[in-house]
Design a protein around this ligand. Sequence first.
Ligand code: ATP
Length: 317
Amino acid sequence: MPSSTDSGPAVISVRNLTKTYASGFQALQDINLDIRQGEIFALLGPNGAGKTTLISIICGIVNASSGSVAADGHDIAREYRAARAKIGLVPQELFTDAFETVHDTVSFSRGLFGKSPDPAHIEKVLKDLTLWDKRDSKIMALSGGMKRRVMIAKALSHEPKILFLDEPTAGVDVELRRDMWALVRRLRESGVTIILTTHYIEEAEEMADRIGVISKGRILLVEDKAVLMQKLGKKQLTLHLQQPLDAVPEALAGYRLELSSDGTQLVYTFDAEGERLGIPELLRRLDDNGIHFKDLQTSESSLEEIFISLVHQGKQT
Ligand SMILES: Nc1ncnc2c1ncn2[C@@H]1O[C@H](COP(=O)(O)OP(=O)(O)OP(=O)(O)O)[C@@H](O)[C@H]1O
């Protein structure tokens, strides 16, 4: 089960969390999760997996059925105000007062957390988000990308240590998505711990230090991105043959080899372990069997393929 590691203190600790909605639907089952100080953590899962429910419980918007959450050491139920003050939340839906100016709406958000006005901080947030020039514009006059940045500015107005971004780039075009990724990295560099939910694998692959995969209300695994890709990724070696084959020779039956339908390509699929053991020997055996190739190429499975196979198998690691 995912748990705290020696790589740093947990800034969010989720223990044995379950959620059953009034309808009787069990949205989360026995979630245990630690978020480390200063990391970008991506919670990756298909629609309906429970991502928003989990975030909403951590942020104190939805009550858990059982279990506990601590934010920077404060229990979200017993010490709600102290815990919530540590957290900024950028929800999936963009909602804010269309008739307010950018500056006023962001300043007002700070007040909601009982923090005294701090014009210098608001100025810094607006400048970091390239909204300073728009500070006197009404929200309704802004582009979609700017409105999103206003939501982030609001979430940062009370100087949280932890920022939740729920599907930050859902429905956003490619250019805006790249801007958002750059912005999230800058925020992390400024010391904020970032937790983002996404169903875009590309986003987790691009951004995250660690990835948690959630499906049907359960965390299937939590892993460093690089380790996840190395551990679960498969590689393929494709050999383009000089002469087509009718079938894979018996002598090579021990290898996971597939022949293309026209007989011109042999595809060998292997994992990190197989790599060490097999390839020189395979090439030798091919040669022994009179099979020669004119070209070869390798490819690695993407995080997408890993993710799909995990979610389909409901695999536990
Ligand atoms: N208030 C509610 N009452 C009953 N069921 C709910 C409620 N809110 C959410 N659910 C159900 O709980 C499950 C998890 O929903 P949740 O919104 O947490 O998923 P998600 O992973 O965030 O998905 P999405 O990316 O679509 O938002 C879904 O099946 C959803 O229909």
